[in-house]
Design a protein around this ligand. Structure first.
Ligand code: AMP
Length: 176
């Protein structure tokens, strides 16, 4: 079986969670299979080898699961991008629009220096709003956003369009 086939089998789809009409993709069953975890990390890291990545940004919370593994494979540092109020000072933060209302994410102020080459990682690319906000945090610190990495995308939501202003290099293993 290919990695893609194994992932399709492992990911649990839960309809109408957390709200009616949402088809939730639960990636956590992957973690029950250590051989698959290793394979997924290698598959996620492969397109970015030799691209000069110095930092991988993982988005709370499921971007923390595979992000450190990808960063290790790339010999890059790993940064946690957290929801407002979780990190101790000092931080840089950015607000962004949600379907209803606003959200704010932040990074520690020491995490990214000017000239850093950044890969933004999360489990699922939906509307792209969160990944774009993470990318803007990196750009605001003078970093270059080399690209985006997701296990899967919900292509119907056109998340890639939100990311083109940062990078058109968007890698995903699966497409729902
Ligand atoms: P977005 O900013 O719309 O791209 O949403 C991205 C965040 O929401 C990611 O951190 C995903 O983990 C989560 N997310 C959005 N839609 C889904 C879905 N259908 N299933 C699981 N997670 C989702």
């Amino acid at each position: 079986m290919t990695c893609k086939e194994k992932l399709t089998e492992a990911i649990r789809i839960v309809e109408d969670f957390p709200k009616p009409g949402i088809s939730f993709k639960d990636i956590t069953p992957i973690l029950l299979n250590p051989a698959l975890v290793q394979e997924v990390i290698e598959e996620l890291a492969r397109p970015w080898k030799d691209k000069g990545i110095t930092r991988v940004m993982g988005i709370e919370s499921r971007g923390f699961l595979f992000g450190p593994g990808i960063a290790m494979q790339l010999n890059a540092g790993f940064i946690i991008v957290r929801k407002k109020g979780k990190l101790p000072p000092s931080t840089f933060s950015v607000s962004y629009a949600l379907e209803y209302g606003e959200a704010e994410i932040e990074i520690s102020d020491y995490a990214i220096r000017p000239g850093e080459v950044v890969l933004v990682h999360d489990d699922i690319l939906a509307t792209g709003g969160t990944a774009a906000a993470a990318a803007s945090l990196a750009v605001n610190q003078g970093a270059l956003v080399k690209g985006f990495s997701f296990l899967s995308e919900l292509a119907i939501l056109n998340g890639r369009e939100r990311l083109v202003g940062f990078s058109t290099d968007v890698e995903t293993i699966l497409n729902f």
